[in-house]
Design a protein around this ligand. Structure first.
Ligand code: DX5
Ligand code: ZN
Length: 219
């Protein structure tokens, strides 16, 4: 069983409230929020003001904040205060990630690590028990609407196996290039939170219907 986490990166920001309410109407419980700084990735998106706005619009949703930024240690707390339930930051930018994981937990949020497609999962071995999720990027971070990188299914299977063998509860989230033709298969590989941007928000007025349809596939 997996949960769909629509990524607002692909929504129409002039209709943010309307589109989020449509997603909620379809049964969405998790919203994925992509913060990009123009340094770790070339693109710049948004910061805490948007997290605050989403929190106001959907007071009960689980806000899954994906920080694609160079210095997450400088602003993780602002995102938690803005309403983030989970903070994912990239292992590639914080090699001594244990310290920041502890700070996030201390601040009362869930703490997760994101890994780019080229980063091997064995780097997570020690920290795995402390993580709420591992966010496996299935495209190179930075832009919505890309094609999934081949072979990512094997990475999900490998990580799921490790988690199972050690009897842990750590969740696997996948992010990037998820569409109707691969979502069921990738959920069956072991992904239990599935971030999807263009799949959901390219639907404009059919967001509710699309969310229901896709959620049913991965139930
Ligand atoms: C990409 C972001 C994703 C993005 C996915 O760097 O982390 O969350 O929104 O977009 P799609 O689902 O369109 O590939
Ligand atoms: Zn993301």
């Amino acid at each position: 069983m997996a949960l769909l986490a629509p990524s607002i990166l692909s929504c129409d920001f002039s209709r943010l409230k309307e589109q989020l309410l449509m997603a909620q109407e379809g049964g969405v419980e998790v919203i994925h929020i992509d913060v990009m700084d123009g340094h770790f990735v070339p693109n710049i998106t948004f910061g805490t003001l948007i997290v605050e706005a989403v929190r106001k619009i959907l007071p009960k949703a689980f806000l899954d904040v994906h920080l694609m930024i160079q210095n997450p240690q400088d602003c993780y707390l602002d995102f938690i205060h803005a309403g983030a339930d989970n903070i994912s930051f990239h292992l590639e930018v914080v090699p001594d990630f244990d310290f920041l994981i502890n700070l996030i937990l201390k601040a009362g949020a869930k703490a997760s690590l994101a890994v780019a497609p080229g980063t091997p999962v064995h780097m997570l071995d020690q920290i795995l028990p402390k993580l709420y999720m591992v966010l496996l990027m299935t495209v190179n971070p930075g832009f919505g609407g890309q094609k999934i990188i081949p072979g990512m299914d094997q990475k999900i299977i490998q990580l799921k196996k490790k988690i199972k063998l050690r009897g842990l509860n750590t969740l696997i989230e996948i992010d990037g290039g998820i569409h109707e033709n691969n979502i069921e298969y990738l959920a069956s590989c072991g992904a239990s939170i599935i971030a999807a941007g263009s799949l959901i928000f390219s639907q404009e007025d059919k967001i509710t219907q699309k969310v229901r349809e896709i959620s049913d596939k991965i139930k």
